[in-house]
Design a protein around this ligand. Structure first.
Ligand SMILES: [Zn+2]
Length: 343
């Protein structure tokens, strides 16, 4: 029996982190996932909104389960260009500008050119502005992009081909430590995409079939709140793979799989939640059960949109979600163990 392939998860996570996929600009990430479905001989369809759904037959032909993970991440877009030549950004997805202060970034122009730069407060130099650097509110209007080109006017920046509407992606600073931590932006949800494929690899390596048919939905608008647009009619259970939370007021643990009981949209389906909890208890899978303050998953959003499915959300927990995140190998492995048992 082959075990869960941690090296595969690590390598594929790193590869996905290197592909920019802010919400609305996910084509390259989706293409990479299509290649991975093809590599494992998984048939798939694409949706009109650009997502991809893989499909693996089960031992029984009754019913089906849908598993999702979102390839889209947070990011930004050029909102305007200031008279000093520096673009102001609007955010894609929910994050505070403090979380990306000083971060290196790439501007993707309409015609495919890429420019590097850094996001800085408009008053950044301590030697020039003194205490104002500390006190300046990190708001959209107070942040600007220092482009790595010689430009100091709006005209010069425009002449580079940079314009309103260009997507902007931040460096992820992905680091795997020797003792199993993953530190990166966008662990939410790229680690979950990698673990979805690691589950498929586990099936293929061991020549196994899930109990019933499984659909694998790689969604591309989750961070903006409209990830799921189609659920095949035979799907009964929908399990979103998304991050749990490690914080003072949260129950998540980087070394366990988290099961969501309720988020800010809705309580989750009680029967499906109970099934997941009972599997963890029976099989000795380390888990947490949590209630999230400000959170929606592809599953809870699909349910509140009116899709008729049982819905649940599981995943490894991350510290400092939507900031510079961290999780641990153990939480990822426990999540895949739960998938192996429930599917
Ligand atoms: Zn997420």
């Amino acid at each position: 029996m082959n075990t869960i392939d941690w090296n595969y998860i690590k390598d594929f996570t790193q590869e996905l982190m290197d592909i920019p996929t802010p919400g609305g600009y996910t084509q390259m990430g989706i293409l990479r996932c299509i290649q991975e479905f093809e590599r494992f001989g998984v048939k798939y369809i694409t949706t009109k909104k650009g997502a991809v759904i893989g499909e693996i037959e089960g031992r029984s032909s009754e019913g089906a389960t849908l598993i999702s993970a979102h390839i889209d991440t947070l990011g930004a877009m050029v909102k305007s260009i200031k008279s000093n030549g520096r673009p102001v950004l609007t955010n894609i997805g929910g994050f505070s500008w403090n979380c990306v202060e000083g971060e290196n970034l790439v501007i993707h122009t309409q015609d495919g050119r890429r420019y590097t730069g850094s996001l800085l407060p408009s008053k950044a130099s301590r030697h020039t502005y003194g205490e104002e650097v500390t006190n300046l509110l990190r708001s959209q209007e107070n942040m600007e992009v220092r482009i790595d080109e010689f430009t100091s006017t709006k005209e010069e920046t425009t002449a580079l081909g940079i314009a309103v509407g260009d997507f902007v992606t931040f460096h992820t600073r992905t680091i795997f430590t020797e003792n199993g931590f993953i530190k990166s932006r966008y662990i939410d949800d790229k680690v979950c995409v990698a673990q979805l494929f690691a589950y498929i690899k586990y099936l293929r390596d061991n020549n196994l079939k899930p109990e019933r048919k499984v659909y694998f939905y790689i969604s591309n608008y989750e961070e903006i709140g409209h990830g799921i647009s189609y659920i095949p009619p035979e799907v009964e259970d929908f399990i979103a793979l998304d991050v749990g939370l490690v914080a003072e007021d949260a129950a998540g643990d980087e070394r366990r799989v988290n099961i969501v009981a309720k988020d800010s949209r809705t309580p989750y389906d009680f029967n499906l939640r109970s099934k997941l909890v009972n599997i963890c208890l029976e099989k000795g899978i380390n888990y947490t059960l949590d209630v999230h303050n400000r959170y929606g998953s592809d599953a809870s959003i699909a349910a509140t949109q009116g899709f008729d499915v049982n819905f649940s959300c599981i995943g490894p927990s991350v510290d400092a979600s939507h900031h510079y995140e961290r999780t641990h190998r153990d939480g990822v492995v426990e999540t895949i163990k739960l998938l192996i048992e429930v599917l």
